[in-house]
Design a protein around this ligand. Structure first.
Ligand SMILES: *Cc1c(COP(=O)(O)O)cnc(C)c1O
Length: 869
């Protein structure tokens, strides 16, 4: 489609807030664009500028200053919480200096910018990360000690920012870290949930209970900057009246306010400090005065309740879509506010709309922000009077869509009646887009009714549904999956027809990554130091170019280095053992193999396969003679992860793990050879404690179901070996580190569909498919672990249907575990593999991933923050 530039107007002028400079403090800009400083002021002003504090006396002074002013507390009466807050405020001052200069640079240089729209940012803690990225951790450590506190304790005082469920939200956090580190002009946009991911409580019988996570309850969050000057109105409901040329007027309904909070994201060893802007919902009027005057107090307060409700709570589902109206409200509220903000910034450039795609790229993290596609079309057509086709051309060159799953239950669909009511104009636009899209498809594939039905934005039925993945696809310049296998599956399954229509080049792959700052330097300082010493280069070098890790591979033959490597791992295992003893009262032996499966609890991730394997191991040990047992390789199996509150099977899995652990850990015959634990309330901070302590970790999804996985990368980067299926990024990890470095088992993705078909049409009893598994199931049903009643529904999913192929993969899983035991017994060989694994993990830095997006998708470039001197 070609654009007729004469058809595109410049953005309509909006009233601007009157802003002035601080007189006497700032240079004037003369007509040549040069800065002219007030006489004699330049030196004074620049010298007086605050910059990052790097000297201990200055740091302690800043901390004490915040104790006495911001916190209004006495220096002789302070607890860890107060000291943490004051320290965080001192660091925040430094972040804000860099943040300001970064934003100033972006405004001045006006580069093309990218925006990462994500409904989740699973940030974890900020203090340690900020200190490391600013390069001032040693000074703060010394400063805290001087003031009579221990920095580690202060760091542990911080609550996690848990504004996400799992991998998708953590990916967004890693990407923002990399964006700043790579000096790329990228902002994130999300929601400021009052309640993040719930706190998980485990009852003695293994039942999961959820407690709210009032992470903002301390009343003050030093890691955000409220922006009372940045807010937008967002409309819901009302009616849309069509006018002419495809335009309409949307009016009436309810308006709420989106208020901005900025979270500074410091890059590592750079001044670049990017931003995540989070929206908070507020009532447009605190009270509905009419109802109030009528004496209807409750209704008057109700309006304020509903507005605030929008950003009240994160939906706790991972890889599962729920069609709740409030969730759709969240999605529109967030996309509308973010787009208003992005377009306001573009308007300031004073360029025509046709140049939007050369100035702005918007990345959709999953289909959650897909409404922004429709919203941009609406603003261009209805408000800016850009012709429909021209507007659509601009839209489809601005957006990019990342698909995160091919699981049908996770693909978002919204009932047409729900969307028509909440967003009447958007529903009209979707129908209009669909009509012209289907017309074009019909032209290209005449008579292919099946294709038309499959690619339609509307799924027929009662009610009809809007298919968000199809909408995201047609509205985006490019679509990508998150690992090679997954991107392949996207092209071959859910987007097959779209590939026929748009051509295969629209569908790419960007394999996920993780930030090595948090997931190595921060969580595993011992290993980080050892690597730096071995490489003989500053850590700022290799932490910014992770492929340099390959330099440690030659040390696999260095006896001293190997001893140190083993000592670091052991110290990390002791650190975790200490935590386990304090929280669960169970003692662990750090000589034993530590085996983890830590991730959201989901049937496709197959924690059930793991626990059934543990039971098999237990029964085998139990049957063995004391002499045979003494030859066993002792193992500690640790699970952690949250189940969605409404996910019955996932919760049952936790219950089974806890129930079985009670028997195993107390059986005198076996407890020295096998321990089983469920660590409650998995979070980023707990992950940072667990991951460095792993000897092996399990990533055992049914082949074809895990899009990428990122915790597989975190464990391998910390020298834990991988036991997994041929799925997601496991495949690329094996390609990088060598297939002989990983323990693979199970069916391959292309055979899974066929096996499922057999289960349905030619069912064979579990007894025949895997006698070993049948024995395990029968022991549970026979009461070996107490009343089996509660677990029968879980066992029956395997006996009948077995959608996730537990029975088909069980025997090869047990075999793989035997190999793991044998290799772990060879401690030298294991150490070599551990070092080799880390050395070859360079590809999986999120720096590589974000640079791929920058170069191959958004067409943006690094921007150096202006120097002051
Ligand atoms: C990395 C991470 C995940 C993702 O784990 P997967 O095994 O890739 O699903 C989930 N939760 C937390 C807290 C993480 O840090």
């Amino acid at each position: 489609m070609s654009i007729d530039p004469s058809q595109i107007g410049k953005p309509k002028p909006r009233p601007r807030r009157h802003k002035r400079s601080l007189t006497g403090y700032l240079p004037e800009v003369n007509k040549d664009g040069k800065e002219v400083w007030p006489k004699g002021e330049e030196k004074t002003w620049k010298a007086g500028l605050k910059s990052v504090s790097t000297e201990v006396p200055q740091i302690t002074e800043n901390i004490v200053h915040h104790v006495q002013t911001s916190l209004a507390r006495q220096a002789y009466n302070l607890d860890n919480f107060g000291a943490y807050n004051a320290t965080a405020l001192a660091v925040r001052d430094d972040l804000i200096v860099n943040w300001n200069d970064t934003q100033m640079t972006y405004t001045r240089k006006a580069p093309k910018r990218a925006y990462y729209l994500s409904l989740e940012f699973l940030m974890g803690r900020s203090l340690d990360n900020a200190l490391l990225n600013l390069g001032v951790r040693p000074q703060y450590e010394e400063g805290a000690t001087k003031l009579g506190f221990n920095l580690e304790d202060l760091i542990d005082t911080e609550r996690d920012a848990g504004l996400g469920n799992g991998g998708l939200g953590r990916l967004a956090a890693c990407y923002l870290d990399s964006s700043a580190t790579m000096e790329l002009p990228i902002w994130g946009y999300g929601l400021r949930y009052k309640y993040g991911i719930f706190q998980q409580l485990i009852a003695p019988d293994g039942s999961q209970f959820e407690a709210p996570d009032p992470w903002l309850a301390p009343g003050f969050n030093p890691w955000e900057i409220p922006r009372p000057d940045v807010s937008y109105d967002v409309r819901f409901y009302g009616h849309a009246d069509r006018t002419n040329k495809g335009r309409a007027v949307w009016s009436g309904g309810q308006e709420v306010i989106a208020a901005a909070y900025d979270v500074p994201i410091p890059g590592y060893a750079t001044r670049t400090t990017n931003c995540i802007r989070l929206w908070d919902s507020r009532p447009k009027r605190g009270f509905d005065l009419q109802s109030f005057n009528a004496g209807d107090y409750e209704r008057a307060v109700e309006a304020s309740n509903t507005a605030e409700q929008i950003t009240s709570v994160l939906y706790p589902n991972d890889n599962h879509s729920v069609g709740k109206e409030l969730r759709l409200k969240q999605q529109y509220f967030w996309t509308a506010a973010s787009l208003s903000d992005i377009l306001r910034r573009f308007r300031n450039l004073d360029k025509p709309w046709s140049e939007l795609p050369e100035n702005v790229a918007i990345q959709l993290n999953d289909t959650h922000p897909t409404l922004s596609i429709v919203e941009l079309q609406r603003i261009l057509v209805d408000e800016e009077e850009v012709p429909w086709d021209t507007a659509w051309d601009i839209v489809t060159r601005t957006f990019f869509y990342t698909n995160h799953t091919v699981l049908p239950e996770a693909l978002e669909k919204w009932p047409v009646p729900l969307m028509s009511n909440l967003l009447p104009r958007h529903m009209q636009i979707i129908f209009d887009l669909n009509a012209s899209f289907l017309q074009a498809v019909e032209k290209k594939f005449p008579g292919d009714v099946g294709k038309l039905q499959r690619v339609s934005l509307i799924e027929e039925g009662y009610p009809q549904n809007v298919r968000m993945a199809n909408l995201a696809c047609i509205g985006s310049r490019k679509v990508n999956g998150v690992a090679e296998l997954h991107s392949d599956l996207v092209r071959k399954t859910i987007m097959k027809d779209m590939v026929d229509i748009f051509g295969v080049s629209k569908f790419g792959n960007v394999t996920n990554g993780i930030t090595p700052r948090r997931w190595l330097d921060q969580c595993n300082p011992g290993l980080s130091t050892l690597i730096t010493d071995a490489l003989g280069i500053p850590k700022t070098k290799w932490l910014k170019d992770l492929t340099l890790l390959k330099g440690i591979e030659k040390f696999t033959k260095d006896k001293k280095f190997k001893t140190q490597w083993a000592a670091v791992k052991r110290a990390n295992k002791e650190r975790l053992a200490h935590y386990v003893e304090n929280t669960l009262g169970v003692q662990l032996d750090p000589n034993h193999m530590f085996d983890f499966q830590c991730k959201r609890i989901h049937e496709y991730k197959r924690q059930s396969l793991n626990i059934l394997g543990v039971i098999h191991r237990y029964l085998t040990l139990k049957n063995a003679t004391p002499e045979e047992r003494k030859k066993a390789v002792p193992r500690v199996v640790i699970f952690a992860g949250k189940a969605a509150p409404g996910y019955y099977m996932a919760k049952l899995t936790i219950r089974l793990i806890v129930t079985v652990s009670k028997v195993l850990n107390n059986d005198p015959d076996t407890k020295d050879y096998l321990k089983l634990l469920f660590l409650p309330d998995y979070s980023v901070s707990l992950a940072e404690l667990i991951i460095p302590a792993s000897d092996i970790s399990q990533h055992i999804s049914t082949a074809g179901t895990e899009a990428s996985g990122t915790s597989n990368m975190k464990f391998c980067l910390n020298g834990g070996l991988l036991l997994g299926t041929v799925d997601g990024a496991n495949i690329e990890i094996a390609e990088e580190i060598g297939e002989d470095q990983v323990f693979f088992f199970g069916h391959l993705a292309p055979t899974v569909e066929g096996v499922r078909y057999e289960h349905t049409y030619h069912p064979v009893a579990v007894e025949e498919r895997s006698p070993a598994l049948a024995h395990v199931l029968n022991e549970i049903s026979g009461g070996r672990f107490g009343d089996s009643g509660p677990f029968e529904p879980l066992l029956n999913t395997i006996r009948q249907g077995d959608h996730y192929l537990i029975s088909d993969d069980f025997d090869s899983y047990i075999e793989a575990n035997k190999t793991v035991d044998e290799e772990f017994a060879d401690r030298e060989g294991w150490l070599t593999k551990s070092i080799t694994t880390v050395a070859r993990m360079g590809k999986f830095s999120s720096d590589r991933a974000i640079m791929t997006y920058a170069e191959e998708y958004w067409n943006i470039e690094p921007v150096k923050v202006d120097e002051r001197t």
